[in-house]
Design a binder for this molecule. Structure first.
Ligand SMILES: [Ca+2]
Length: 120
């Protein structure tokens, strides 16, 4: 629990938030991703597990959020282009996330290591 709280604290400063789901709590769904945010789900399509959300341009190493190699679906509800990368470089294994689009089941699954919002 301490780690989760610390992550939330850091995330708030970075314009990022985390919904931690578990037994007895509501699962995050596509509707839980607000307009103006990019959301990443641990499972797919847009359900179950954890959901990370980001809205500020930048490079995010998902391991910093305990989310390395976890992403199974995503939605880009912003007007910004974005990309996710399979590796930590972020150079190789690039996958586009066009503004206003989403992916219910990513391929490859559980490989995302970096999210870049803005130039990528
Ligand atoms: Ca990876």
């Amino acid at each position: 629990m301490r780690k989760i709280l610390a992550t939330l604290g850091v995330s708030a400063l970075m314009g990022t938030s985390l919904i931690a789901a578990g037994t007895g709590t509501a699962w995050a769904t596509l509707e839980d991703c607000p307009s103006g945010w990019i959301c990443l789900w641990q499972d797919g399509p847009f359900v179950n597990g954890r959901m990370l959300k980001f809205n500020a341009p930048g490079t995010y190493h998902l391991g910093d959020y305990g989310f390395n190699d976890q992403m199974s679906s995503w939605a880009n509800k912003t007007s910004q282009s974005a990309c996710w990368y399979e590796h930590g470089d972020p150079i190789s294994g690039r996958h586009g996330m066009p503004a206003g689009s989403s992916s219910a089941v990513v391929n490859p699954n559980d490989e995302a290591s970096v999210l870049v919002i803005g130039n990528c």
